[in-house]
Write a protein that binds this ligand. Structure first.
Ligand code: BEZ
Length: 263
């Protein structure tokens, strides 16, 4: 398994990529956190959604593998709890009523391990509400990077995993979840900083593509990627990334909980 990333720049994330958690606010309407519930925010980043869950009256715990993200989250939201941990090995000491995850699961290679973590963290009947990049997410950007890297003799290593509903629902079921809803939908997403938006996005999130590439060649590749994508993704002075989301609600050990209620 690839170790979780720990080189996130929390300031750049908040300054230039805040759409990640702004879009995630929609998920709270699906989660509907209530007062007194315990909610784990898996892959919490700088803790904006964790704080929103807490504002709804729930006890919110944010988890992230990045020390910098957790430090920023703690400073910005001193009333919430944050834990720095690996989502594939985290062991909750008290069960949660819900696990929320926004734009984090596609970074995790070991999906079996993270689904086991979530199941073990939830009480029977607890809900897992998540959104991640779905199949075809940022396909145009990945394709352009792969072509430009391959043209210069590099083997591109796409660091993400963007599943379809058909792939992910059986995975959830295999880990004891009942899938109550799953949607795959397009969400074209305007990147911040105008002309610089695409290069900034690739630098923030796509560092793995450039691991063996010199700085000079990296700049040339970024320019070539922009040229390739401009006709499709540059509109009215901004780059619009071809995001596609997979959003689902799944219940942990649902039948066990229903039978317990009937007794
Ligand atoms: C996403 O949220 O879909 C995403 C974010 C960064 C890199 C790749 C995908």
């Amino acid at each position: 398994m690839t170790p979780p990333r720990d080189d996130w720049d929390a300031t750049a994330y908040d300054d230039d990529h805040s759409f990640v958690y702004e879009y995630g606010r929609d998920l709270l309407e699906v989660l509907e956190p209530t007062a007194g519930e315990r909610v784990l925010d898996l892959g919490c980043g700088t803790g904006e959604l964790t704080a929103a869950v807490s504002d709804a009256g729930a006890t919110a715990v944010g988890l992230d593998s990045s020390a910098e993200m957790i430090a920023t989250a703690r400073e910005a939201h001193p009333d919430c709890s944050f834990v720095r941990a690996d989502a594939t090995t985290f062991d909750a000491d008290e069960p949660f009523d819900a696990v929320l995850s926004n734009a984090a699961l596609h970074w995790i290679n070991d999906q079996a391990a993270v689904l086991e973590t979530v199941r073990n963290a939830l009480r029977p009947g607890g809900r897992f509400v998540a959104e991640l990049g779905g199949t075809g997410n940022v396909r145009a950007i990945v394709d352009a990077l792969e072509v430009e890297l391959a043209d210069r003799g590099y083997d591109a290593a796409d660091p993400w995993h963007f599943p379809s509903i058909g792939e992910y629902a059986p995975r959830l079921e295999a880990h004891g979840f009942e899938v109550r809803s799953a949607q795959l939908f397009d969400r074209p997403t305007e990147l911040e900083n105008g002309e610089q938006g695409l290069a900034n996005w690739i630098e923030m999130f796509g560092g793995e593509f450039f691991e063996d590439v010199s700085d000079t060649e990296r700049d040339a590749i970024l320019e070539a990627v922009e040229d390739r994508l401009r006709p499709a993704l540059f509109r009215d002075g901004s780059w619009v990334a071809d995001y596609r989301r997979l959003r689902f609600v799944a219940i942990a050990d649902a039948l066990e909980e229903e039978q317990r209620e009937l007794r």
